[in-house]
Design a binder for this molecule. Structure first.
Ligand code: 5GP
Length: 114
């Protein structure tokens, strides 16, 4: 997988507003927030898209989603609600090819998305 802006954030080569970190996952605020809370959760392991995950990444994917829920509870909006989204490839609207989960919260989100 080629290097992305998110790999540079993991290596602290470019700044980001990091809000959560564990051994496998890093989370930071989106540069162009679409909701009052918009945080990106990424695996430190560089997987380009969800399609690139294999059974060997089962625990990592679980860790990624659990990190989202942990953060929502920690920040106090878990009960009120939030949305966790993975965009995959062109039709999914993916623009950065390092797997990430968008956590959106702090307003009533409409459905379906555009
Ligand atoms: P995607 O469209 O791939 O699902 O989401 C990529 C997200 O990364 C977008 O919401 C975009 O605003 C965000 N983003 C792109 N470049 C940067 C950056 O350098 N720093 C941060 N914090 N977010 C970025």
């Amino acid at each position: 997988m080629s290097d992305t802006i998110f790999s540079k954030i993991i290596r602290r080569e470019i700044p980001a507003d990091i809000v959560y970190e564990n051994d496998e996952v890093l989370a930071f605020r989106d540069l162009n927030p679409q909701a009052p809370v918009h945080v990106l959760f990424i695996p430190k392991k560089p997987l380009a898209t969800l399609n690139d995950a294999t059974l060997a990444d089962e625990a990592l994917l679980g860790n990624l989603l659990l990190a989202v829920a942990d953060y929502a509870k920690q920040e106090g909006f878990a009960e009120r609600g939030y949305r966790a989204v993975i965009n995959c490839n062109e039709d999914g609207g993916q623009t950065v090819f390092h797997l990430h989960v968008h956590l959106l919260a702090g307003r009533r989100l409409s459905w379906p998305p555009g």
